[in-house]
Design a protein around this ligand. Sequence first.
Ligand code: 6GU
Length: 243
Amino acid sequence: MKVDIITIFPRMVEAGLAEGVVGRARTSGLIDIAVHNLRDFTTDKHHVVDDVPFGGGPGMVMKPEPFFAALAHIREHRGVPDAVVMLTPAGTPLTQAGARRLVGVSHIVLLCGRYEGIDERVREALATEELSIGDYVLSGGEIAALAVVDAVARLVPGVVGDEQSVDGDSFTRGLLDYPHYTRPAEYEGRQVPGVLLSGHHGEIRRWRRQAALERTVERRPELLADAALDADEHEWLSKRSKS
Ligand code: 6GU
């Protein structure tokens, strides 16, 4: 999978890509990510990337030309991308299903905006889609781009060592995750649930499924509509709602 990120803060993006699962995926060659400094695609002496909004009002707007030049550079040197994603709070909210779709797209460009926004002609002429990472405002698309790359990269086969770990993830089944414990079995008077120490793998599986379900009902009941539940879990849910 190939990703190009266009930003005015390339060091911030590089720092976020250097560690952990994404960092290892890059060094091992499983993903090819290039970060481009938008200012390198300006033609004026001071490398200006923003300008005042037509119509007036507060703040600045990112100029269209550097984005068009950066995309032309990427097409020439990195190939024609399959998707050009603009990061904006006005975009489609990213979901786990959205990440699974993007992992099937071989070459993605991510456009990070700052200031009040990007000139609308960039969206019209260059962007194939717009993504948001949630209903709050970030001061730029960089953190959102890192979130998109992380969510997608860990779905690339081989990037997360244990594929079972990805399959069992919260949201892969459409539920929140169950609680996790490690040693010691008692800590500051708090016991690890006995079933987890029992060695009964069937019982442990059932306890975890129920704990995941319970958390989801308590915290995010709206997720249940699309969750993959088995007969046991449906029964447990209907019993619970009666009590
Ligand atoms: Cl993609 N960009 C910005 N600036 N803020 C956001 C966002 C994106 N997603 C949520 N908030």
